[in-house]
Ligand binder design. Structure first.
Ligand SMILES: [Zn+2]
Length: 191
């Protein structure tokens, strides 16, 4: 989902509660990801069987998007769209592309019901980016979800307690250095 200037406000979520939502997601669709620290095959989870579509109503589509648009979540059509190149790279565990898919999944998983309700009632409160509180910002929430679904809280806590470095987290979960660094910095506050 992309917004040029204005952003709709969504119900508040903390970093921790988004981490719990990601664990719930994995428990349903990829429990193996909660048994040992491992790369999360996000494309396979969304596309290899019909479970995700059946349970959430969302379909993953690989289709070209407008210039500069990394991914898109359509709450009317229930479609997550990513460019074919992103699909292929994410399937091969390229960190940045997996994060893009995780971000769009975050919108679908966290905001699907809320936005569908807003669309039906025709009321969305849209604010300037600077006026929106971080915990109510859907973009911040989607970023936090991507991070937590690709590096599940209990798994990251587990290896960080054993002294894992940012590089270890990057290698273990096959994410970008930046994503691993960000997650480790946040997780260290919970240790
Ligand atoms: Zn977004």
């Amino acid at each position: 989902m992309t917004f040029a200037v204005k952003i709709p406000e969504v119900p508040p979520q903390s970093y921790k509660s988004i981490g719990r939502e990601a664990v719930e997601f994995l428990r349903k669709f990829y429990p193996e990801g909660l048994q040992k620290p491992c790369p999360i095959p996000i494309i396979d989870i969304l596309d290899a069987n019909h479970k995700f579509e059946e349970e959430t109503g969302f379909t993953l589509l690989a289709e070209e998007l407008g210039f500069g648009i990394l991914g898109q979540t359509d709450f009317c059509q229930n479609v997550i769209t990513i460019p074919p190149a992103t699909y292929i790279a994410a399937q091969l565990h390229a960190g940045r592309e997996k994060f893009t898919v995780g971000h769009e999944l975050g919108h679908a998983w966290l905001h699907g019901d809320f936005f569908k309700g807003c669309i039906m009632e025709n009321k969305i409160s849209v604010l300037n980016r600077s006026d929106i509180k971080v915990f109510r910002n859907p973009e911040w929430q989607a970023e936090a979800f991507a991070s937590a679904v690709l590096m599940p809280t209990p798994m990251v806590v587990n290896i960080c307690r054993k002294g894992a470095t940012v590089e270890d987290v990057m290698d273990t979960f096959k994410v970008s250095y930046k994503a691993a660094e960000n997650r480790v910095n946040k997780i260290h506050k919970f240790l």
